[in-house]
Design a protein around this ligand. Structure first.
Ligand code: SF4
Length: 266
């Protein structure tokens, strides 16, 4: 591999308030963002291709070659995320299994949970040590307003999928909730749903990287946190971050915006 194209599918490591030092894998890795959602607050831009079709976007072998060529790195998690929804990658489970053969360490998947009602997606996610499911809405109406999903994805189906996945999943399950102006009034209802899902942790977030939506203030997240009493909850303003040099600035900024902003995850 030439120096210029050395890392096309791997990015970071970045300092994540939720994961410590996180090395990213983008199993879609297309210039145009492909996602099942077009969230109002998305920090990697508008969705170019709104799709629910699972495909092999990057051959597993190519990702494993990059993993094997990594310099020695101290990382807490290898994390599937990037520009788009990682469960759209049909080979997600295979990539996770092959990474386990190639190196030690914990593996996380950050997913918007749109496809978690599917058996094949649940089987793939089961290979990860940590799965972080998005829950930004409390009703179909709010879901359409904030996440703007592909028409086949319905809020109730996704919610049932989360509960079903929880019942069989042996790893750590977290809920990631992005609060903005559009859904902050849903917080009490979302907290109720989070209790029903029985996740191990709830991560309350607001978009601190540049996007078209205003982030909520720390005081607002503190108040929202109050609705989640009895659960293990962290919020973005409480997270600790440190400066970390990515192995490839180009690969990283493509997934996460300009390099000055590489200090936190979404
Ligand atoms: S699910 Fe993630 S990548 Fe997709 S539109 Fe929402 S924030 Fe962006």
């Amino acid at each position: 591999m030439t120096k210029k194209t050395r890392y096309k599918y791997i990015y970071g490591p970045v300092s994540s308030w939720r994961l410590g030092t996180s090395l990213g894998i983008d199993p879609i890795s297309r210039d145009k963002k492909i996602c099942t959602f077009d969230c109002v607050y998305c920090q990697v831009g508008q969705t170019a291709v709104l799709s629910d079709k699972r495909e092999v976007f990057v051959p597993t072998k190519k990702i494993i070659e990059e993993i094997q060529s990594l310099p020695p790195l101290k990382i807490d998690y290898i994390t599937f995320s990037g520009r788009g929804e990682p469960t759209l990658a049909k080979n997600l489970g295979e990539i996770i299994r092959r990474i386990r053969d190639a190196r030690r360490g914990k593996i996380a998947v950050i997913t918007n949970a749109s496809l978690v009602d599917r058996k094949d997606v649940q089987e793939d996610l089961a290979f990860a040590d940590l799965v972080m499911l998005k829950l930004d809405a409390c009703s179909e109406e709010a879901f359409l307003k904030i996440n703007r999903p592909v028409p086949s994805v319905k809020f109730d189906k996704s919610l049932q999928g989360m509960k079903k996945f929880r019942s069989g999943y042996k790893g750590k399950l977290a809920l990631q909730i992005m609060f903005v102006e559009e859904n902050k009034d849903c917080a009490p209802e979302i907290a109720g749903l989070a209790k029903d899902i029985k996740a191990d942790e709830v991560q309350i977030n607001t978009p601190l990287r540049p996007c078209s939506t205003r982030p909520l203030a720390k005081e607002e997240l503190d108040a929202i946190k109050g609705y989640f009493q009895g659960m293990k909850v962290v919020h973005v303003y409480e997270g600790k971050k440190q400066a970390i040099k990515p192995i490839s600035k180009t690969a990283t900024s493509k997934r996460r915006g300009i390099c000055e902003k590489l200090r936190s995850d979404d």
